[in-house]
Design a protein around this ligand. Structure first.
Ligand code: ZN
Length: 507
């Protein structure tokens, strides 16, 4: 490697370290920090974020980037690193450091206000914070004029290269096919009983069972840990310290288990990136982070794959159900594997996104996407959000939330400044199924291996084709490289129709 590239790595490593310190402070805020710490924490994060940003857009970094670009072999990993840094530097240069500082300060306080407002189900307590966040996001979009949609600059931070118009196109196609499927299932709602999942399940036993499963999947606890938090998430400080959080529902078997598998899917990705690609900061949202992914859609494909394609499959429970029955003999001892499999896949329109079944999940995303678009176009004010939310959820899922905690206040994203993020969940669902079809071709007897509790070949394939590449490729480039195709909803729709056709006897 050349001298100029080494210099570039040195400065980008410093930016990365600042970004990881921010991630650690955020992790602490969401896990162990006492409530009194929130004001001080907001300042700490704002200061470090500003420092990272200034270094990143500074002349020294710019010169190092140009010198390195002239030096690297265009086909090398080094050239990919230069390409990614250059892309993110160009975006960051449009954003004033004052904005970054104010944004970070605002969202840290908004996060705290959201936790309290959600607990009290009081939207009015969160509203002034949300108004500030929105004002900052609208200002952010303006830095990127001219744009096709004011949503584009935000979306592009999570899904590099993706346009709002493409998301709309894919969502329209999905909605056309997914809504009739959900309606057909609703007519046969009685075909599946999941009442036995709704009873007391010991907290500790659930937690430990989930830990064992994700250890088996390949989450390395020498380089990771799971803690409790209000909202499950995964964060990485570098590839050797990747942490997840989860919450426990003591009266419903499902959320804790699938929450662990979901977050472990994210964590295994971050733990698996190649050593030479570690310690490169990337832009995510509107700030620099210490994560290393092609995009949030690709990241989400890994978590949704573990949660659903693995975790809600019959094969997986062939391996784990006897152990689960042993852990909960009085609750599940008399329940057959088939009844259990059907119950964990029961389709029922519900209010809470993170607990939604696979068939209705994307509808939750589509309604959020539509609301965010209206917010960014300035057609909807924060004050009118609860009403807009309630009318959309009625339109999409036929439900009325009893309160704002189970409605507009349920997600952390807007408090955290993550506007433009939601579409990546649905993209993740689609990508997971595209990858899975390829996996089934490349790994013979995949399903039999899972049924035997063997995940080495599955995870090995993901490491080889996705994880190790970190942020080296654009998401759609990576997808095409691995599957030979761009983004398509077809594998996902095939999967849904076949799985739920069988469970609900629709075929
Ligand atoms: Zn996720």
């Amino acid at each position: 490697m050349g001298e100029n590239f080494d210099k570039l790595r040195k400065i980008s490593g410093t930016v990365f370290d600042l970004a990881s310190a921010v991630s650690l402070l955020e992790w602490d805020q969401q896990t162990y920090m006492p409530p009194g710490g929130s004001e001080g924490r907001a300042s700490q994060i704002a200061t470090l974020s500003r420092m990272a940003h200034e270094l990143f857009i500074g002349d020294e970094f710019g010169a190092a980037l140009e010198a390195a670009e002239a030096e690297v072999d265009p086909d090398s990993d080094e050239a990919r690193i230069v390409w990614r840094l250059k892309r993110d530097v160009h975006k960051s240069r449009r954003v004033p450091a004052d904005w970054v500082e104010e944004h970070e300060h605002t969202v840290r306080l908004a996060f705290n206000a959201w936790v309290n407002a959600r607990a009290a189900s009081d939207f009015s307590a969160f509203r002034p914070h949300l108004e500030k966040v929105l004002r900052l996001k609208l200002a952010y979009a303006e830095f990127f004029q001219p744009y096709e949609s004011p949503y584009d600059p935000l979306l592009d931070n999570y899904e590099p290269g993706m346009k709002t118009s493409s998301v709309k196109q894919v969502f329209d196609q999905l909605r056309r096919e997914q809504v009739p499927l959900v309606e057909a299932i609703a007519e046969r709602a009685d075909a599946v009983d999941d009442s036995f999942l709704h009873q007391p399940f010991d907290d500790r036993t659930q937690w430990d069972f989930g830990l064992q499963v994700i250890r088996d999947l390949g989450y390395d606890f020498e380089r990771g840990r799971q803690d409790k938090a209000v909202h499950p998430f995964c964060t990485s400080f570098n590839k050797n310290d990747v942490r997840i959080t989860n919450r426990i529902n003591g009266n419903f078997f499902g959320p804790t288990m699938f929450g662990s598998m979901h977050e472990a899917g994210h964590a295994i990705y971050d733990q698996g990136i190649a050593n030479n690609l570690d310690r490169i900061p990337i832009m995510s949202g509107s700030s620099l982070t210490s994560s290393h992914h092609a995009s949030h859609g690709i990241h989400e494909s890994q978590s949704r794959m573990m949660e659903n394609l693995v975790g809600r499959s019959r094969a997986f429970w062939q391996a784990y159900y006897p152990r689960l029955q042993q852990a909960f003999p009085s609750q599940l001892g008399q329940v057959s594997l088939d009844s259990f499999y059907r119950a964990i896949n029961r389709v029922r329109p519900s209010l809470i996104r993170v607990e939604a079944d696979e068939a209705t999940y994307n509808l939750h995303i589509m309604l959020r996407f539509e609301i965010e678009l209206e917010l960014m176009r300035g057609n909807l004010a924060a004050a009118d959000l609860p009403e807009a939310w309630n009318s959309k959820i009625q339109e999409f899922l036929g439900l009325t939330p009893p309160n704002d905690a189970q409605g507009v206040l349920q997600d952390i994203h807007w408090a955290d400044g993550y506007i433009g993020y939601f579409p990546t969940y649905t993209l993740g669902n689609l990508i997971a199924c595209q990858l899975w079809e390829q996996l089934e071709q490349d790994v013979p007897n995949l399903s039999a291996q899972i049924a035997a509790g063997k995940f080495e070949n599955l995870v090995g394939w993901l490491h080889e084709n996705i994880h190790q590449h970190g942020a080296k490729f654009q998401p759609m480039e990576l997808l095409k490289h691995v599957t030979g195709q761009g983004l398509t909803a077809q594998p996902y729709l095939r999967y849904l129709k076949s799985k739920y056709g069988e469970i609900y006897g629709l075929n």
